[in-house]
Structure formats: C-alpha cells, structure tokens
Design a protein around this ligand. Sequence first.
Ligand SMILES: *Cc1c(COP(=O)(O)O)cnc(C)c1O
Length: 391
Amino acid sequence: MANWDQLGQELEQLKEQGRYRPLSVWQSGSGTWMKIGGRRVLQMSSNNYLGFTDHPAIKQAAIDAIEQYGAGSGSVRTITGTLSIHEQLELELAKFKQTEAVLVFQSGFTTNQGVLGSILGEKDIVISDALNHASIIDGIRLTRAAREIYAHKDMDQLEALLKRSSGYEKRVVVTDGVFSMDGDIAPLPAIVELAEKYDAFVYVDDAHASGVLGKNGKGSTDHFGLHGRVHIQVGTLSKAIGVVGGYVACSQVLKDYLIHKARPFLFSTSAPPAVAAACLAAIQVLGQSSELTDRLWNNTNSFRAALQAIGFDTGVSETPIIPIIVGDAASTMKFSDRLLEEGICAQGIVYPTVAADKGRVRLIVTAKHTDEDLQFATRVLQKVGQEFGLV
Ligand SMILES: *Cc1c(COP(=O)(O)O)cnc(C)c1O
C-alpha cells in the first residue's frame, strides 16, 4: 500500500542535521518590532526595507481600491483581469525604471518562470551565475535552451563561456542584481561589456535591489548608470515595495511577446486591485523623495561598521543584507535561537542554501530601524557572539 514513510524519513534526517524548522507564527503585522509567543522582538529578517508594509498612504490606497474595484480581479490578465489600476501600475513602473514598457506578474518567482520560460528555445543558451536565486534556476529548467553556470561573479569564466557560445541563436546572461545570501552586488558593468562584446542579452533580477540600489531605489541598472544597456530587468513588488508581485521592465516588443507567451501571465489570475493600488502608491512614494533610501543606507553603513568593529565576519556584504558567518548548521541555528531569546529575529541560513561551513544568520537593515533599535541589536549580538566565541 502506498504510504508517506519515505517522506517521514527524510524529515527525520533534517531533524538529525538540525535543519528541521517549524514555521514561526507572528502575532502582529510586518514591522520593526513584531510579536511572537506573546513577546516583542526586533525584526531583522524581513525584506521590508523601507517600512512600506504598514505605510499609511500605501494602506489607504489598498482600502480605496477595494471600495472602487472590489476584492479580486476576477480573471487572468488576458481575459477580464486587466483593470485600469493594473495598467496604471505598469505605466508608473515603466516611468520609474526608465524603460519602454513594464509587465506585472503575480510574484517575482512567477516573473522569472514566465520570462525565462518563454523567451528561450532549443537554439539558445542561458549563462547563469552560480548563486542565482531559486526562481531563476527553476525558470531555466522550464526551457529547452542549453545552459551554463559560471562561478559566482567570475567574469573570466563568463567570457570563456560566451566565447564558446557563438553557435547559438540567442545568448542570455542572467544574474541577481543583489545576491540574497551574501548581500553583495553583481558586477553589472563588466557583464554588460562582455555581453556587448559577444552579442548577448543581459537579464538582471533586482528582487533585493528594487527600492534599495540606485536613485530612489530604481535598481542596479540605475546604480551603475547602465540605462539602455540591460535588456531585461526583473523586479519584485514583494520586498522593498512591501506588497506582493513581480515585474519585468523591458522593450515594448518583449512585453507584447510575453503577453502572448508567458504561462503564469496567461494561466494564473492577476493581482487583486488592492495589491496593484498599494504597489502603485509605493512607487509614487519612492519617486517623491530619497529620504527613505538615504536613511536605509545610513543605517546599513553604520550598523555594518559597528558589527565589524566588534569583530564579526560579515562576509562580502555591500548592501542592507548583512550576514554574520557562524559555521556549521547546528551552531548557526543555535545562535539564531539564542538571539530570538534575547529579543532579535535573525534568520539562520545553512547548507545546502550556503556552503556547509558558511552557515550564517542573515540580518536585514531597514529604513525604519531607529538608532536605538540598532544599538540594542549591536549590544545583543556582541553578548551572544561572545557566548559562541565568534568575537
Ligand atoms: C525573493 C526573490 C525572488 C522572488 O520574489 P517574490 O516576489 O517573493 O516571488 C526572485 N528573485 C530573487 C533574486 C529574489 O531574491
């Protein structure tokens, strides 16, 4: 008789390796201080970089959209699920990203599935950074294209692979803009130069760069002044933008193609009006002033410097994603548990997501952390770091 014993055994193995994690259930909305188990803890693990999850104007836009358009969109985009609020969001995003067009998807994950899954055929090749996000890896799996992986940010290897790829029709180089586990930035200028030399397309996934890098959070292309030279910019509306969704900023031709070919766009219902309206409001807030992104970077730079001064190994972090390298999986998870007892949520990330000896807690600084919040975090981290012999 069929049973689930084998799945149970795999779960037992995870428990033995210290990698079995029940879900944390939070008793408050996303914010700087959150309630869990009846206690308030400082949140340093959410992607809410700008505090948009509970921004008053953004919440109000969602409420107004429910009143005007209702709770759901009623259909996929290609049938009756494109409401004027969806179109407004795409127009505003295209202005913000300074591209010809933008197409919005249900999430960043489905954006990569939809775009990679439809633009690449068997005569094409995709060349991908080894540390790219799971949704890129899965998107590539949906294609019949040839695939090559280059070691993380290794431009010599990328060039060698491009040199060997002249026989393919389309060559596409894919990279995260900001890498989510180490918080380092892709060498986009070098990638663009190589792509131009070998006639390849550049595809950057700015999930952790949207709302973070570039003027007012316009992303990595803006950060490096590469407007017009990056062919496909994917972004998420789920992280700094504070709601949910994903988008691709690209040419009008590519947008039109995706409307006819991208499967998550064609076969999964569009975002509820409240989501589209909240995202639109968030982009408008971002466009108005650099106050929040300035604050985000001030917090990031001072907090990282404080951790390094104590003696922590923060790896190659260049962004608000700041890892503290601990070591093996079991100690990493214990370190994270101890921080939670002391009032800080710092997610542990271990093998196989990162190398076996590079387990880390990943801290994410936001614009909404106050100086007092970050001083509290520094004190707690120093105390628990000493317990673990890390500093
Ligand atoms: C988080 C992330 C995604 C997924 O975005 P969602 O909107 O949460 O689905 C895609 N790509 C990268 C690089 C990410 O970090």
